[in-house]
Design a protein around this ligand. Structure first.
Ligand code: KPL
Length: 301
């Protein structure tokens, strides 16, 4: 006789900094399971980890699962890296959820929907800043999490857990704004090996302004109407709000892991090309980071 699987209200798929942050917070207010990449990582996480906030450090031990022993879940939150979207979405589908919400960087909704035909799946946005330091996860910058209509239970659970979270009807615009933020902060912090706040200061702010100016016509074509002033206020605002955070791309570079270069700057440069628009500064940061990845055998070739 088949044994019944445990069913959680929420599962977080992806045990990087953000996954650990959300799971630690959510575990304070209700059951949540954190799904790691494999049994070995799950076993290490099951020992617990340290969650560092401005108020201090505490030991947390949310339940952990892995692809070989998956529970069921009402709602799944995906926080894996861009290139892992399709595989993680299929995994999420095996948990028989009511809905799958991605809080990843880049524009991944099309991939998500292809991987989960007929399932309620969409992409939201988070600007929470967290990084890992060994087994510790540091909540280094309070951001905001916006979820599309239809995912109210996730917004409510996150808000109860102390995160700033709400339903955002104009989610497409929010996703494009987040993409702009990531196109500027992530490559600059990864190349200069600095925390997010430095993007709003000389000398990086000048480079940031160029990346913003080049990105705006391309993003306008996708439906984002922002003046350069508004766009700069947005990007520098996130940089300042998460000033002490290490961007996800910087964390990958420091750990010698492949970055989200292809699903962020790579995808953006390809989009600009399709629209016949020049984005030379984005191409330059792309080439520099691609060279770094290839020199370490991390890139595609
Ligand atoms: O999304 C982020 C990332 O690091 O990937 C920001 C918002 C820039 C926070 O660090």
């Amino acid at each position: 006789m088949a044994t019944r699987r445990v069913r959680y209200p929420i599962a977080v798929v992806g045990a990087g900094a953000l996954g650990r942050l959300f799971a630690a917070g959510l575990a304070r207010v209700g059951p949540v399971v954190l799904v790691a990449r494999d049994a070995q990582r799950a076993a290490a996480l099951a020992q617990g980890y340290t969650w560092v906030t401005l108020e201090g450090a505490r030991r947390v031990r949310p339940p952990v699962a892995h692809p070989g022993a998956l529970p069921e879940a009402d709602w799944v939150v995906l926080v894996v890296k861009g290139p892992d979207t399709a595989a993680a979405a299929r995994l999420a589908g095996r948990m028989r959820p009511k809905g799958v919400l991605s809080l990843q960087n880049g524009l991944v909704e099309a991939t998500l929907r292809r991987a989960l035909p007929g399932l309620h799946a969409a992409q939201g946005v988070t600007t929470e800043g967290a990084y890992r330091e060994g087994e510790r996860v540091v909540w280094a910058g309070r951001g905001e999490t916006l979820v599309p209509p239809g995912f109210e239970p996730i917004a409510q659970a996150l808000a109860q857990a102390g995160f700033r979270a709400r339903v955002e009807p104009s989610i497409h615009e929010a996703r494009l704004k987040k993409l702009l933020v990531n196109l500027v902060i992530n490559p600059l912090t990864a190349l200069a090996r600095v925390e997010n706040g430095r993007v709003a200061e000389p000398p990086l702010d000048a480079l940031a302004r160029r990346l913003i100016a080049e990105a705006l016509p391309v993003l306008r074509g996708e439906g984002l109407e922002l003046t350069p002033r508004e766009a700069e206020a947005l990007v520098f605002g996130v940089a300042r709000d998460t000033a002490r955070n290490r961007s996800s791309m910087l964390q990958d570079v420091l750990a010698g892991r492949p970055t989200e270069l292809e699903t962020l700057t790579g995808a953006f440069v390809a989009l600009a090309e399709r629209r016949g628009l020049e984005v030379p500064t984005h191409r330059a940061v792309y080439a520099l980071l691609q060279a770094w990845e290839q020199a370490r055998g991390l890139g595609d070739d």
